[in-house]
Design a protein. Structure first.
Length: 490
């Protein structure tokens, strides 16, 4: 007997759009509506009403209330229409929030969706074509804002122009390499082998954007079509946001699922979840090689389900860059030799900005239904390894449980930030990257350095020779000088 307030995922769907004809290209609202209709069909029942329809914020629509527009086109009447802030943690956060409110009796049915038409939008911009779905639509009432809109960049980071993921995630990897004492070439070969394994998973995933397996050499070696982006990452090691993709989930209480006549073989149970964040800004993180919030958040979610990481048969770790997977495996306690993805990750399965993890959850639901494992674990990440959401899914029902270790994380030490005159002078390199131009040449070196009193400071240089040297030799631990305006001098 299943408790009537037990939350259950009853429908899941993913859609891809590959058309080169811009006149036929659907915008994200239509892609999301299609995903919702397919998720409803996947449930095996008719779902014409929902308590809520909520959309993960999209970068390729200007609709004021995308959830209301999606609901209208999908033929679903909803009492509330929600919209998340930016953040790749949003899909799993939404599942955790919906499951908690279903268990509390506040909701009986919720539809979650997200999607991007980024590829079509980029092509239209390049061709100077107008897309009807990129015009502002403010005819609907504003949506309900859901989720925590945490600022991601410290003013000092903004002032130093260190704000893009391709500028920050590589620094985590450089720090990991230096801590392990691995040579530059050996390290690149190792992370390329990891990414090759991701591409193999994507090759057998029917919902992946790219289904071509790549060798480690193809991923590691810079060249035409695979330029260096942010050292040590080639293009193949970056999330592929150039996609047209959408996904949707339908969650109900067990009571509503029974009333709708949804077959039991469609039910997958969210059994536990956790949400938390690291210290808000990278400037204040204690280390580039540890994610304490991931360690505590994953331990919380798994512990509430009565499981260890080793006991979960299916795992999907957020995978925008190799560094986040390495950090996640270490923090969660996952053997890096096992498959840490069910989709193939953001580089190969596709990285539709904030909504990747909804595709991971939809894939997890399908695999659990197939009997691949009785349990699955999803970690979704937003910002610069900033916001984290975790979920455990199961084939069998269990009371929903949720908690956050945020108070414990907030009590952990943070690092002081030095700027201006306080940062000027001698320092030691802690982590770094070198951003490359589209011509493949080093264009800008970015370094996090430690001042003599242990504070962190940021330093940058546009000296191509210095950037080239930093790509060929180990610079972590080297003494450098920082100018008062944040310049980096060897």
């Amino acid at each position: 007997m299943v408790d009537p307030r037990t939350p259950v995922v009853v429908g899941a769907a993913q859609v891809l759009q590959r058309t080169d004809d811009l006149a036929k290209a659907l915008g994200p609202i239509d892609l999301m509506a299609r995903a919702v209709r397919e998720a409803v069909a996947d449930s095996g029942a008719t779902v014409a009403t929902a308590d809520e329809v909520t959309v993960v914020r999209s970068l390729s629509t200007r609709d004021r209330n995308p959830a209301q527009a999606v609901a209208r086109r999908a033929g679903i009447a909803a009492a509330r229409h929600g919209l998340t802030p930016h953040g790749g943690n949003s899909p799993q956060w939404l599942v955790n929030d919906a499951a908690s409110r279903i268990a509390a009796g506040e909701l009986d049915c919720v539809v979650l969706t997200g999607g991007e038409s980024a590829r079509s939008r980029r092509r239209a911009k390049a061709e100077g074509a107008d897309l009807p779905w990129m015009t502002d639509d403010e005819s609907d009432a504003p949506p309900v804002a859901v989720g925590d809109d945490v600022g991601l960049s410290h003013p000092a980071e903004i002032a130093a122009r260190i704000v893009l993921p391709i500028e920050i995630y590589p620094m985590f990897d450089v720090a990991l390499r230096a801590e392990a004492g691995t040579g530059i070439d050996a390290h690149r070969a190792r992370i390329a082998e990891l990414w090759s394994r991701f591409s193999i998973v994507a090759a057998r995933n029917p919902s992946a954007w790219s289904r071509t397996a790549m060798t480690a050499g193809q991923i590691a070696d810079p060249g035409p079509g695979n330029r260096m982006v942010g050292f040590p990452y080639t293009k193949s090691m970056n999330a592929n946001n150039d996609v047209d993709m959408a996904a949707a989930l339908v969650l109900c209480s067990a009571d509503r699922a029974e009333a709708l006549g949804i077959p039991r073989d469609r039910w997958v149970f969210p059994v536990s979840g956790a949400d938390c964040r690291e210290h808000q800004y990278v400037s204040h993180r204690w280390s580039f090689t540890r994610l304490p919030a991931v360690e505590l958040g994953a331990r919380t979610a798994l512990g509430l389900a009565g499981l260890s990481a080793a006991e979960v048969g299916l795992v999907d770790l957020y995978s925008c860059f190799p560094s986040i997977v390495q950090l996640g495996c270490a923090a969660i306690g996952i053997d890096p030799s096992r498959e840490p993805t069910v989709t193939g990750g953001l580089s190969f399965a596709g990285g539709p900005f904030n909504n990747y993890s909804m595709h991971a959850i939809a894939t997890m639901v399908a695999l659990i239904r197939e009997g691949r494992s009785p349990h699955g674990f999803v970690w979704a990440n937003g910002g610069y390894a900033t916001k984290h959401s975790f979920g455990v899914y199961a084939a069998s029902p269990a009371p929903w449980r949720h908690a956050s270790p945020q108070a414990e994380i907030d009590a952990m030490p943070s690092r002081a930030l030095a700027t201006g005159a306080d940062a000027a002078g001698g320092a030691t390199v802690e982590a770094y990257t070198v951003v490359h131009g589209r011509d493949g040449r080093p264009s800008r070196a970015i370094a996090a350095v430690r001042t003599p009193d242990g504070a962190r400071a940021w330093a940058t240089s546009d000296d191509e020779a210095l950037g080239g040297a930093m790509c060929g030799e180990e610079w972590v631990g080297r003494p450098v000088r920082v100018t008062q305006d944040g310049g980096l001098l060897a």
